[in-house]
Design a protein around this ligand. Structure first.
Ligand code: SF4
Ligand code: SF4
Length: 114
């Protein structure tokens, strides 16, 4: 499978994402396991308006990569989540519907992960 040219986008497609209960728990665990200094630095970064609270602007990548929600894992590769830089990679995939409990960055902010 080809890989998207995400480096350099600075989280262009990383906006608020709907998450499930299970994903929330996984992200909580991931954030709590970060060394305090790194966690604070990530929290305090200045991001573009609308960019996900976990986007690492300095490293230009997801700050919780191993715990990122399913929507993020499928972004660019699913016909409902097309990357405009490389739309050819998006194909029909499993339906995306799942029971979400809220939106990361809107309903769940850094204070919910402490
Ligand atoms: S999926 Fe596309 S828009 Fe999003 S960061 Fe990657 S290349 Fe950029
Ligand atoms: S969790 Fe990671 S991959 Fe998903 S929107 Fe936020 S920064 Fe991007």
């Amino acid at each position: 499978m080809s890989v998207l040219p995400c480096q350099g986008c600075k989280g262009l497609c990383c906006g608020p994402v709907a998450i499930t209960e299970k994903e929330l728990k996984k992200i909580r665990k991931r954030v709590k396991s970060m060394p305090g200094k790194l966690r604070n630095e990530l929290e305090q970064q200045t991001r573009y308006f609308g960019t996900c609270i976990f986007y690492d602007m300095e490293k230009d990548r997801c700050g919780i990569y191993s715990a990122r929600p399913k929507v993020c894992q499928q972004f660019g590769y699913h016909k409902e989540l097309v990357c405009f830089k490389n739309p050819g990679l998006a194909v029909d995939g499993q339906p995306l519907e799942h029971k979400t409990i809220g939106i990361l960055s809107v309903d769940y902010t850094w204070n919910d992960f402490k």
